[in-house]
Design a protein around this ligand. Structure first.
Ligand SMILES: [Fe+2]
Ligand SMILES: [Fe+2]
Length: 202
């Protein structure tokens, strides 16, 4: 790990050294399952939404790349998730700040690197939640986020048997790290996913 600590807020200072094309090529080199590519693209879009709405519009690309690459090593190295990625990103010359943010989403599980920057906290909070929302959408007749409400996501959140692989503790902990009500996190993440769905349709 090349960087120990990101300041909590350094808005406007982070510009990625890696292009989106390079990041996408990297993602597809290490991920062959469509589900994993889709998850990466969803988290990318959600990260971009939060960059814009939280006052980091100048760093939207940076936030998006963190989302796109966050699970880069999961398909091929599930036992070394958040560890192997460090080596890969360093070989590819990816920014140390992107590396740190990615690794910090495994905090408390695979690694000891705590999410500190608001970007890192958002990634931590939305990663599992996008999975829960995605699973909830598949249950709906519309198969769409566009008519999805906070209360229906909340019901699925409370039903521990539903999409049991999506950790409620991580989502809750993520909201707490951001100092947000859980419902606020849900509302904004639904909006972000709706925005992505609308732009996919066009
Ligand atoms: Fe992950
Ligand atoms: Fe993920």
């Amino acid at each position: 790990m090349r960087i120990e600590h990101l300041p909590e807020n350094n808005a406007g200072r982070m510009q990625p050294a890696i292009s989106r094309e390079h990041a996408m090529e990297l993602l597809k080199r290490y991920n062959k399952e469509e589900f994993h590519i889709l998850h990466a693209e969803t988290v990318e879009a959600v990260m971009r939404y939060f960059a814009r709405t939280l006052g980091y519009a100048a760093e939207e690309e940076f936030w998006g790349l963190v989302g796109l690459l966050h699970d880069l090593d999961f398909e091929m190295y599930p036992q070394e998730h958040c560890i192997k990625v460090q080596e890969i990103l360093e070989q590819e010359g990816v920014d140390p700040e992107i590396e740190r943010a990615i690794v910090s989403h495994g905090y408390g599980h695979q690694v000891d690197i705590k999410p500190v920057h608001e970007m890192e906290r958002v990634l931590y909070a939305v990663d599992e939640l996008t999975g829960l929302i995605g699973a909830a959408v598949l249950m709906r007749p519309s198969k769409s986020t566009l008519d999805l409400t906070v209360s229906s996501v909340n019901k699925k959140f409370k039903d521990k048997k539903f999409a049991a692989g999506c950790s409620r503790d991580v989502i809750q902990h993520g909201a707490e790290m951001l100092n947000w009500e859980l419902e606020h996190l849900m509302k904004e993440t639904i909006k972000a996913m709706q925005e992505k769905e609308r732009s996919d349709i066009q």
